[in-house]
Design a protein around this ligand. Structure first.
Ligand SMILES: *Cc1c(COP(=O)(O)O)cnc(C)c1O
Length: 222
C-alpha cells in the first residue's frame, strides 16, 4: 500500500515539466502493478533480461527505461520494446542499438551518459567523447537511433556542494548541446537525480528523475 502514497508524495513535490521514472529493479511485478494502478507508466530497470521478463508479464502501455550499464550482446533482447535507453556510454554501443532497432524497423530513443562523478565505479563519456561522436560521419549514418539528451549520476557523497557542482556541470553541457540538432540528435531530456539527490538535480535543471528506493523501499541487492 505504501507504494501509491510514496509516488503521490514525490509527484506532488516536483514541477510539472519533470518526468518521474520509477526505478523497479530487483522488485517483483506485483510492486510494479501497484504503481501502475496508481497511474505510473514509466519504469526503469538496470538489467536487460530482467526488464524483458517484466515486459512480457506486464501491461503493454508501460514505458520501459533502461538505466543501467549496457552489455552490447544483450541489446537485442530489448530492441523491440524499450522506450528510452539512458546509459549509452560508447559509440560501439550506439551502433549496436541502431543495428538492432533497424531489425525491428523502429527508431530507439537514447540518452548519452556522461561521467560527472569522480568515482571510478561510474561509467560514462566525456564531453570530448560526445562531441567526437556527434560530429563523426558514422553518426550521420545512424538512422534508427535518436539522441534525446543526456544522463548522469553524481558522486555518492553526503557533500551536497559536490553533487550540485556535478549536476550544474552536466546541465551546462546540456544547454550547449541543445543548440545543435539533426535528424538523429534532438536534445530535450536531462536525466539526473535519484532518491537521495533528486531535489538538487531539479534545481540544477533536471527534467527526468530516476527514483527507486523512495518509492518501492530499500533493495536487498543492486
Ligand atoms: C538504481 C538506480 C537509480 C535509483 O536509485 P535510488 O537511489 O533507489 O532512487 C537511479 N539511476 C540509476 C542509474 C540506478 O542504477
Amino acid at each position: 500500500m505504501f507504494i501509491k502514497e510514496n509516488l503521490h508524495k514525490i509527484k506532488t513535490n516536483i514541477p510539472a515539466n519533470v518526468e518521474l521514472v520509477a526505478v523497479s529493479k530487483t522488485k517483483p511485478v506485483s510492486d510494479i502493478l501497484e504503481a501502475y494502478k496508481a497511474g505510473q507508466r514509466a519504469f526503469g530497470e538496470n538489467k536487460i533480461q530482467e526488464m524483458a521478463k517484466k515486459y512480457e508479464e506486464l501491461p503493454k502501455d508501460i514505458q520501459w527505461h533502461m538505466i543501467g550499464h549496457l552489455q552490447r550482446n544483450k541489446v537485442k533482447y530489448m530492441a523491440h520494446f524499450v522506450h528510452l535507453i539512458h546509459g549509452v556510454d560508447s559509440f560501439k554501443t550506439l551502433k549496436e542499438i541502431n543495428k538492432q532497432a533497424l531489425k525491428h524497423n523502429r527508431v530507439i530513443n537514447c540518452l548519452l551518459q556522461l561521467k560527472i562523478a569522480k568515482e571510478d565505479t561510474k561509467f560514462g563519456l566525456s564531453i570530448t567523447d560526445v562531441n567526437d561522436i556527434i560530429t563523426s560521419e558514422d553518426f550521420a549514418s545512424l538512422k534508427n537511433i535518436n539522441i534525446k539528451g543526456l544522463m548522469g549520476m553524481a558522486s555518492f557523497t553526503e557533500d551536497k556542494s559536490i553533487i550540485r557542482a556535478e549536476f550544474n556541470m552536466l546541465n551546462a553541457f546540456f544547454v550547449e548541446l541543445k543548440k545543435v540538432s539533426s535528424f538523429n540528435l534532438n536534445p530535450s531530456i536531462l536525466s539526473m537525480g535519484m532518491s537521495g539527490d533528486y531535489k538538487i538535480a531539479i534545481e540544477a535543471g533536471s527534467n527526468m528523475i530516476r527514483v527507486g528506493s523512495l518509492i518501492f523501499g530499500k533493495r536487498n541487492y543492486t
